[in-house]
Design a protein around this ligand. Structure first.
Ligand code: SF4
Ligand code: F3S
Ligand code: ZN
Length: 103
């Protein structure tokens, strides 16, 4: 599962479409965590798609990640600022790749 303390245990190494990327990153095998309020561990995501289907405010968008061992696309929290903290995505992800900091 995604480490809920990632903002303390990892370093912010990049910016992607306006949100942070938390390393380590070593493409294409290791992609890190995207987002801060809505965070997706790209190294855990298997492209199940439940988060995209269920999010009521369309926070997630697919991005291509060719060559990643778990899946070749990921749910990117492109619109994390729109999140209403409903926690549906956290509940439906089969690999617990998503953390939402509702505190
Ligand atoms: Fe969308 Fe709810 Fe997840 Fe926020 S907590 S990203 S609103 S499904
Ligand atoms: Fe990935 Fe989990 Fe969404 S596997 S596509 S973050 S439901
Ligand atoms: Zn991203």
């Amino acid at each position: 599962a995604i480490d809920p303390q990632f903002h303390e245990t990892r370093e912010e190494v990049d910016d992607h479409e306006g949100h942070s990327v938390w390393g380590p990153v070593d493409e294409p095998d290791e992609l890190g965590i995207h987002g801060t309020h809505v965070a997706v561990d790209f190294d855990l995501c298997i492209a199940d798609g439940a988060c995209l289907e269920d999010c009521p405010v369309d926070v997630f968008e697919w991005i291509d990640t060719p060559g990643h061992p778990e899946s070749e696309e990921k749910a990117d929290p492109a619109n994390e600022a729109q999140c209403i903290d409903c926690m549906l995505c956290v509940d439906v992800c089969p690999v617990d790749a998503i953390d939402v900091d509702a505190g």
